[in-house]
Design a binder for this molecule. Structure first.
Ligand SMILES: Nc1nc2c(c(=O)[nH]1)N[C@H]1C(S)=C(S)[C@@H](COP(=O)(O)O)O[C@H]1N2
Ligand SMILES: [Mo]
Length: 563
């Protein structure tokens, strides 16, 4: 058939009109006299002012390794002039824009996203940062399980596949999710130390040996679940696109949560060893050794927590994870563990703690990890409009079956998953619904893993399901404060795509073998070697004989009655 039709439409017009190609959809401006459209911008030509970059100086010297034995560490926070020089280099050239992975198609690759411009930024600064992207990926391959789903190659962000997320109640180190904002510094334990300064009576430096000295600091050993505030973000992205920066907004599924046994000490005791806080100190700022980029500025990874949290012995300095020294990728040699807070506060590769008066001004604390109200627009969203996310609310997720999966069962669908609550609250009740959240079955307590103050509970349940066809399986948790989850994603959706705390909802196609007819039919498929998948294939053999058909009409009223 002839395909050369004359048309003003582009070949993908129908997809665009149907909202199936959001990345190509023009913005419609109805604010002026006549409506206009604003098309997504194509990739701009790269600009690079080589002379301006060279005028900054020798990058190898300017951005050299800060300390012997600390590969990949450049100190920025103590040297404002150095920050300015790096900024000059970054603003003297342009970089490719963010890939549109939310409204455009998600690549079919693993790693899903390469992190191209983050790699480019590191190479643009050069010096110690030049080899960081490659070194980091090598560490990933050395330390993580081969089945990890690599959402972003650099900075590395990865989660275990669903079948392994809750396979064990304590997550093996190689399967624990990883969330990085920069490279992985490779630090020698012998060369490492920690500075505690700012508003403390006696600023001090501690070696790892000092911190491990049990005569000074009592050991703490705790089982802790850490959850990234981005966990289950893909559900928000699938509903509506939001802030699309690929590092802050990695497209996490349900695996950005992990549970491990940590050994360390309480930060409160270390602050006491420095003579305590002075001059109105109320917050502790944590410094991580890697380099982070935001708006053409370079910085170390810095966040803060309030003293009240530290005072309650809920902030630990840890060096052991599940009986092993901390893996390099998880913060070796020392990381903070803030119990019950979002992962972002548990700083890895910790090298400095500073006592300060107000919450940190560093962008990760003050401009990211904010929970915005839905109806404040992107173009006028001020950091103070958002709530700084600290404790996670109650949440849960179904790990099996999967969304859009057809399940053959005998009247009960076996479901598995996790439930968690932040702030030292814990799951008391997990409920499942097979009808979209109208009626709920309680998961028996025997089917929940053991209760701990700071951890998730994994669960499994055979969910009764009599009906066939598409059903919506929903999971929700009630914590010990009787908090529960909003019932749909929209209710919790926010521009920053954080805290997907809504009840986890999946569509499942139920094929109920406890129905005699279904059982017979499935046997016929097997007998005749007819493939069951894909589900959408039309029937390959009749479901009824003509004899059966005629018998039905003999025994029932006709389709149309006339009296
Ligand atoms: N230094 C440093 N610490 C960090 C981060 C980081 O990028 N750099 N990411 C934070 C975030 S957002 C999370 S969710 C957790 C993830 O810890 P994990 O990679 O050990 O699972 O680390 C936190 N600590
Ligand atoms: Mo996170």
């Amino acid at each position: 058939m002839e395909n050369n039709i004359e048309t003003l439409n582009r070949p993908d017009e129908w997809k665009i009109e149907q909202g199936l190609a959001g990345a190509k959809l023009a913005i419609l401006d109805q604010s002026g006299h006549d409506p206009t459209t604003i098309l997504p911008q194509p990739f701009r030509n790269a600009v690079k002012d080589q002379a301006a970059i060279e005028a900054v100086g020798d990058r190898k010297k300017l951005f050299a390794r800060e300390r012997e034995g600390w590969k990949g560490y450049v100190e920025w926070e103590r040297y404002p002039e150095k920050k300015d020089k790096a900024q000059k280099i970054l603003t003297s050239q342009t970089f490719p824009p963010n890939p549109e992975f939310q409204m455009g198609p998600m690549p079919d690759t693993n790693p899903v996203l390469p992190g191209t411009h983050w790699k480019m930024w590191h190479h643009a600064i050069g010096g110690e940062l030049d080899s960081v992207p490659e070194d980091s990926w090598k560490t990933v391959l050395r330390e993580k399980h081969p089945d990890m789903l690599h959402l972003l190659q650099f900075p590395y962000n990865g989660e275990p596949p669903k079948r392994l997320v809750t396979a064990k109640t304590v997550t093996p180190n190689a399967l624990h999710f990883v969330r990085n904002h920069g490279g992985i510094p490779l630090i020698d334990e012998d060369k490492w130390n920690l500075v505690l300064d700012g508003l403390v009576a006696h600023p001090k430096t501690f070696t790892l040996e000092d911190l491990m000295d049990e005569t000074r600091f009592p050991r703490v050993n705790k089982l802790v679940t850490m959850q990234c505030s981005g966990t289950r973000r893909i559900e928000q992205i699938s509903l509506y696109a939001g802030q699309g920066d690929e590092v802050p907004q990695a497209p996490w599924a349900e695996g950005a949560i992990g549970t491990a046994r940590y050994v360390g000490i309480s930060l409160k005791k270390v602050i006491k060893a420095c003579g305590g806080l002075v001059n109105g100190a109320k917050h502790l700022e944590f410094y991580g050794a890697e380099t982070y980029f935001k708006n053409n500025e370079v910085m170390n990874y810095v966040v803060s927590v309030p003293w009240s949290k530290v005072k309650a012995n809920e902030v630990l300095l840890t060096w052991e994870m599940n009986g092993e020294p901390l893996p390099k990728i998880h913060g070796y040699p020392l990381r903070v563990m803030v119990l019950g807070y979002i992962g972002a506060r548990s700083v890895k590769w910790l090298y400095r703690i500073k006592a300060i008066e107000n919450p940190s001004r560093a962008p990760v604390q003050s401009k990211e990890y904010l929970y915005f109200p839905q109806q404040v627009g992107k173009h006028n969203q001020r950091p103070t409009d958002g709530i700084q996310i600290q404790e996670m609310p109650v949440s849960s997720a179904i790990m099996s079956p999967w969304n859009k999966q057809a399940v053959i069962h005998n009247g009960k669908i076996t479901c598995k998953g996790w439930a968690y609550s932040g702030g030292g609250r814990w799951p008391e009740r997990v409920e499942l619904s097979a009808d979209g959240g109208f009626s709920w079955y309680t998961v028996p307590l025997e089917n929940l893993s053991k209760k701990h103050k700071w951890t998730w509970r994994t669960w499994h349940f055979d969910l009764p399901c009599d009906v066939e066809g598409w059903i919506e399986v929903v999971c929700r948790c009630w914590d010990n404060s009787i908090n529960t989850q909003p019932l749909n994603v929209r209710a919790a959706w926010n521009w920053g795509l954080h805290v997907t705390s809504s009840a986890h909802r999946i569509s499942v196609y139920s094929i109920n073998k406890s129905r005699p007819l279904t059982k017979q039919r499935l046997e016929k498929f097997e007998h005749t070697g007819t493939p069951l998948a894909p589900l959408t294939w039309p029937e390959e053999f009749p479901t009824q004989t003509w004899d059966e058909y005629d018998k039905f009409w003999r025994e029932h009223d006709p389709r149309d009655v006339d009296d």
